[in-house]
Design a protein around this ligand. Sequence first.
Ligand code: SF4
Length: 373
Amino acid sequence: MNRRRFLRTAAGAGVVLGAGPCPFLEELYAFGPSANLSDVEARYYRKLPDREVECVLCPRNCRLGDKERGYCGVRENRDGRYVTLVYGKACAANVDPIEKKPFFHFRPGTTSFSIASAGCNVNCRFCQNWEISQVRPEQVRHSDLLPEAVVAAALRTGCASIAYTYSEPVVFYEYMYDTAVAARRRGLKSAVVTGGHINREPLEALLEVVDAVKVDLKAFRDGFYREYVRGELKPVLEAIRTIAAGKVWLEIVYLVIPTLNDDPAEIRDMARWVREAAGPDVPVHFSRFQPMYMMKNLPPTPVSTLEKARAVALEEGLRFVYIGNVPGHAAENTVCPGCGRTLIERYVFDIRRLDLKDGRCPYCRTAIPGVWT
Ligand code: SF4
């Protein structure tokens, strides 16, 4: 049995691993297994002799013969024409608080219509969404949800933005891009949640149509990226630099994993680099690790480790440093760097109090960077 037939058979037999939508969306859209994938032409590839292609969307630059797929599993060479298999194929669609992404300085207190397709261009040993990111599109339930339908659903559910999230939106680039264009036409913003493995040209084009990007910076050592991410640190840093140089709002999340990327010297190097390359106003979230996927051998991050990381980043001059996945911790709140008053009080994804006036501290008038309205 060839690979394609095996996958079709597996999908038909109900090998369905995908994360499901919220009940409201379950009523609206029929999520189900599908061998009916898209064949929309990919936007960043080069044709090579003998019907080969080179994908130039992400730093892997996969070179593929006819019928082969790239590392991400969602792009295929069909007789020298390179296609995306997941255009309009949402394997997850939910209405989430924007704080869940997390974005803390981007439209706080609003909801974001959050979509994903299958696949990813790295393989993190600690992935939280491996059921959809580390599988082929045939292996997840998905709904046919074209860009205009995503926008309509976002408007209908009262969302202020659309988030491209859960898996890795770089691998569903064309779907994300067209949805962002359609969203902007209808007054909705777009927020990208990514690992940052993307080449400069597609990234610069994307930055023209989206409003915010959150990058998961998974460590500040290349060895960690090679061993636990199956990726590289350098292109992620280049992507952060490119985003910071543009007009799009940027936040960074650093998942602190005990013994692997929690050395204060590494945190200090990272914080110093962020300050110099992206500026001191970029919010940095130190997020608590929970054991999962292929990394169940380590305990959750001690809160004291997160607090130490935060203290180091503040010492290095970062002005907005948060602790995530620790409900009720004071470092969920936004504090004015001018007068020290608490301006935004949060509890997990809830905004308990928002005390800003025209993007400024109402007490000392210090400007608080972000997208507030
Ligand atoms: S997007 Fe996918 S196919 Fe393209 S280079 Fe990256 S991993 Fe390879």
